[in-house]
Structure formats: structure tokens, C-alpha cells
Write a new protein. Structure first.
Lengths: 378, 88
């Protein structure tokens, strides 16, 4: 069947497949596979612009500054999969919500879905649950969401930037798209730079394989010495400053260091901040953010956050218990939330191994301030 | 389109947990200690190796909230037929 006589849906999906576009929301799943699974099922298309992490600003940037390709991409994808409804998901009352209300969504046949605040509400199955009249919490689905089941009909959930890139590549061509990035991780993508940079979080556009130095230079350099880098936000992985500067910022380059590009967050932790305090704040936030539906989140995350607090306070004998508990988080939750917390903490134990003894020297709570040389918290 | 039926050739199965339905009652671990342990809060830690199907089915039936299931039954036959008929 030639491209000229093929139905429009095949053409769009074929172009997306040829482009090699992978999801920009953190999962990096090949987009065409999700689309193919949904064809013939009259799915709901959900464009996820919720962006729950405070250090990620790329999806908000798209809605505020360049919504054209987002709307065009959504329209093309909706036709390609035969969507029965198209929705733009935002957190109710957020800046992205306000920006979305200024768009001509009606003219594009797109409905606005105002999801409740809270990190876990924007998880793909949580959005589908909410769309179908339930609470915005993850639901068990043994078949992929794009296939659907009796409780929740087929739904294709794509990150806003993913849909934006579809709009761009349909307009400018696959060759243009593949000129950016690497052969395995093609296309332009947004990175959200925060921490030791001026005016962060800020968006930088580049391709996978860019160097950290180049990303930092794009936002005017770093504002103070950096101790470590957090790749892909609070469910991502820590890297030491030196090693982070030596690898291309791609999944292939970061994999040997136990990290990935994920959602594009690049957070530069200043050297003046105590890393244990910084990680502890994130683990506390991750524990509070859980849907509280399964054991590992309800009990495991607060236990890990508590262990981390004790470790920071210099309490002896905590490390083994913490490692054991971290090992029991991945793959045992109703979604990947506990996996992210475990990844964050485990990578922190590696990267900040040299820093741990400065807290142990402080002794237990009765010994007063630990000997940590860092002067301030998060 | 004829209904596709799955021929069961293996006597083994693997068990998996619906983590959202599970509320840590532990009957599965009591019945299948060779495959299921409990964490410190009573939630199952599953050894993913296959086991005898009959034993696995007993454990699936004993869970009061139906949180345990056999992994190969996760994709029902009619869903596979539907996927096959969509032309791809």
C-alpha cells in the first residue's frame, strides 16, 4: 500500500514511527506503539499537561508560548487513532490551566480536563480514572490503557511535549526531526534547568546527547559551585557533578551511571546545600504525595523518609535497614511512585557516600548539630 | 471471526498481586510460603518463579479481596481476538 493511497491514520502513525519519537513525560516509550494499540478502539486521547513536579516547566512553557504545534499534534493524533474525545489535562487552578483557558480549544474539538492538585493525580491511569468519574488515583489495569478494559475504555495518554513534537514533525518532516538528538533518541526536546542557575526553573531546548556544560551555558552558567545533579526530578537519579559533566545527556550516556533523561529535569544542587537535607525533603514530599492505596506507599515510603531523617541526624545503625527497605519498594506498588522514591534514595546513597560520615560524627540527636560542613538546607 | 481459545500446555503458572486491591491480610503467604513472603507491614513479596498450577489456583481463590491472580490469565482470550481482528 503506497503512502499516497494509505488512509490518513496509517500515514500519521507511520510518520511518527519513522521519526522514532519517544514519550517526553518520563517513560520514553515509543509513541507509535501506543497509537497502534489504540486504533480501532475509539479511544479517548488525553494530552497530559499536568506536570506535577515543581522543577519541570516545559509543558507549561508550551501551553503559554507555543501552543500551535500542541493543538495541531492533538488534532492529527485524534484523527489517526479515531479518538472519540480529545482532552487537555491540567491541574485545576494551575498557571497551565489559566494559560489553557486562553486557547481556542473548542475550535479544535478539545475539552479541558481540570484534574485535582497532587502529584499522583497526573499519573496516566489516575487521569483515566478521573475522566471516567472516579477519583484521580492510579487504578490497576492488566491490559495497557490504550487497549482498555470493561471498567475503563481505551485511552491514549500522552505527555504534552510528546504531542507538541508530533505537531512539529508532521509540519516540518521526519528529516528535520531526526537532525536533532541521536539516532536512537531523536528529535528536539526540552530540558528544565533548576537549582544553581539564574531564574530557574528554566527551559532549554536541545537534542539528547547534549553536554551538561552546554545546557548550563544556555542559561547563563551556574550561579554557585555545584555538588550534584538530579536527572529527571524527584523520581530520577542523582549524579556527582564531575561524572555528570563527562557524559552525553541521553539515556545511552546516563545509563552506566544509573540515570536517564526521563522528563528532562536537570537540577543542579548547590555545594552549599546539605545533600541529605535536600534528599530528605524530597522523600518527605514523595511520601505525602502517594495515593496511599498500597502497602509500599502507605508504609514503605514514610518508613524510608523516617530512616533518612535519622540518617541525617547521625543516628547509628540506620543504613542497613534503609537499604533493605529501599530494595522492597520497586515493582511492588500500584504504580511506579515507590520505584521513583527508591531510585532517588539509592542513587543518593551512592553519590553522597562521602558525605554520610560528616553526619555520623555528629552522633545521635543528643549530640547537637552534625559536623556536616554544608551551611543551609534545601 | 472464530473465538480464539488458549490451549494450556503447561502445568505451571506464576502468581501476581493486584497491589491496589491487596490490603495485606497475608492468606496468600500462609498458603504459599514457597513463593510468597510478607514484608514488615504484612504485604506480599512474590517470588516470580512458576509453580504448580493447582497450588497457584488455590492461593488465588483464598484471597478474600481477590488481589492474587495467575499472570497468564491477565490477557483474556477475547481481548486477543479483538486485537487480531483490528487489521494489524
Amino acid at each position: 500500500m503506497s503512502v499516497l493511497t494509505a488512509p490518513a491514520s496509517t500515514r500519521v502513525i507511520d510518520l511518527v514511527a519513522e521519526s522514532g519519537l519517544t514519550g517526553r513525560g518520563g517513560g520514553s516509550f515509543p509513541v507509535h506503539r501506543k497509537l497502534t494499540a489504540a486504533v480501532g478502539r475509539r479511544p479517548r486521547l488525553v494530552v497530559n499537561a499536568c506536570e506535577g513536579e515543581p522543577w519541570s516547566v516545559k509543558d507549561r512553557w508550551i501551553v503559554e508560548n507555543d501552543p500551535g504545534p500542541l493543538l495541531a499534534g492533538a488534532t492529527a493524533l485524534a484523527r489517526a487513532v479515531g479518538a472519540r474525545r480529545v482532552l487537555l489535562a491540567v491541574h485545576e487552578g494551575s498557571p497551565t490551566h489559566r494559560a489553557a483557558e486562553r486557547l481556542d480549544l473548542d475550535g479544535h474539538g478539545i475539552e479541558l480536563l481540570g484534574a485535582p492538585g497532587g502529584y499522583v493525580a497526573s499519573e496516566a491511569s489516575a487521569l483515566v480514572s478521573f475522566l471516567d468519574g472516579g477519583p484521580a488515583v492510579p487504578v490497576t489495569h492488566r491490559a495497557p490503557l490504550a487497549v482498555g478494559d470493561r471498567r475503563h475504555p481505551a485511552a491514549v495518554v500522552q505527555n504534552a511535549e510528546t504531542v507538541y513534537r508530533v505537531g512539529q514533525l508532521l509540519d516540518r518532516g521526519v528529516d528535520w526531526f531526526r537532525r536533532h538528538g541521536t539516532p536512537d533518541e531523536p528529535g528536539p526536546r526540552f530540558f528544565s534547568l533548576s537549582g544553581a542557575v539564574a531564574g530557574g526553573p528554566r527551559v532549554v531546548e536541545a537534542g539528547a546527547g547534549v553536554g551538561l556544560a552546554e545546557l548550563v551555558a544556555a542559561v547563563g552558567g551556574y550561579t554557585e559551585p555545584v555538588r550534584a545533579v538530579l536527572a529527571s526530578g524527584w523520581s530520577g537519579s542523582w549524579l556527582g557533578w564531575a561524572e555528570a559533566g563527562l557524559v552525553p545527556w541521553s539515556d545511552e550516556g546516563l545509563r552506566p551511571l544509573g540515570a536517564g533523561v526521563g522528563n528532562g529535569i536537570v537540577h543542579l544542587l548547590p555545594a552549599s546545600v546539605c545533600p541529605l537535607v535536600a534528599v530528605g525533603a524530597q522523600l518527605d514530599a514523595l511520601a505525602r504525595a502517594s495515593a496511599g492505596q498500597c502497602g509500599p506507599c502507605l508504609f514503605g515510603l514514610p518508613a524510608v523518609a523516617d530512616d533518612w531523617r535519622r540518617l541525617t541526624a547521625g543516628e547509628p545503625g540506620v543504613l542497613d535497614r534503609l537499604r533493605r527497605r529501599l530494595g522492597l519498594l520497586p515493582g511492588r506498588g500500584g504504580c511506579h511512585h515507590p520505584d521513583g522514591a527508591a531510585r532517588n534514595a539509592a542513587s543518593a546513597l551512592r553519590v553522597f557516600a562521602d558525605h554520610l560520615p560528616t553526619h555520623a560524627q555528629g552522633g545521635g540527636r543528643s549530640a547537637g548539630r552534625p559536623a556536616c560542613p554544608a551551611t543551609r538546607g534545601v | 471471526m472464530p473465538r480464539i481459545t488458549v490451549a494450556r500446555t503447561s502445568a505451571d503458572a506464576t502468581v501476581a498481586v493486584d497491589r491496589i486491591a491487596c490490603d495485606g491480610r497475608g492468606l496468600c503467604a500462609a498458603l504459599l510460603p514457597e513463593r510468597i513472603g510478607l514484608d514488615e507491614w504484612g504485604y506480599p513479596v512474590v517470588d516470580p518463579r512458576p509453580l504448580d498450577r493447582g497450588t497457584a489456583l488455590e492461593a488465588v481463590r483464598i484471597c478474600p479481596v481477590r488481589a492474587l491472580y495467575l499472570r497468564e490469565e491477565a490477557a483474556a482470550p477475547d481481548a486477543r481476538a479483538k486485537a487480531a481482528s483490528s487489521g494489524r
